[in-house]
Design a binder for this molecule. Structure first.
Ligand SMILES: [Zn+2]
Length: 127
């Protein structure tokens, strides 16, 4: 059984409308006004809710996501700084150190990897 928040048109108070009340008249808890619950009101599937709850409550997921959110700007900054350093060296006709090129390439891999992981995670949560 799922429920959705529904706003009373008379007083603006919000109450949860049960799936059983679909197509029926519910009454506002605040003012007692009638709330017509449309038959077409789309309730989320229980499986969908469980997935979001499970995702939201797991500490390891939260820690992993915070790690990713922290690392993404760092790897993007490495990409930018290393790229600029290589560009300046090449402009000046100086040799570019292998480590610098490696750092630049790895930061691109890590940044793109993070972006892909984020796309997959966000697509899974807000499908
Ligand atoms: Zn009301």
């Amino acid at each position: 059984m799922t429920s959705l928040p529904f706003r009373c048109t008379a007083c603006g108070e919000e109450r949860l409308v049960d799936e059983r009340e679909r197509g029926r008249t519910a009454y506002c808890h605040a003012c007692g006004g009638a709330i017509e619950v449309p038959e077409s009101l789309a309730f989320p599937e229980p499986a969908q809710i469980r997935a979001v709850k499970k995702f939201g409550l797991r500490l390891d997921t939260v820690l992993l996501l915070s790690l990713y959110t922290g690392l993404l700007p760092v790897s993007a900054a490495c990409w930018w700084f290393a790229g600029r350093a290589i560009g300046r060296a090449e402009e000046a006709g100086l040799p570019v150190e292998r480590q610098l090129r490696f750092t630049w390439m790895m930061s691109i891999v890590v940044t793109v990897g993070h972006a892909l992981i984020w796309t997959v995670v966000l697509a899974a949560v807000w499908r």
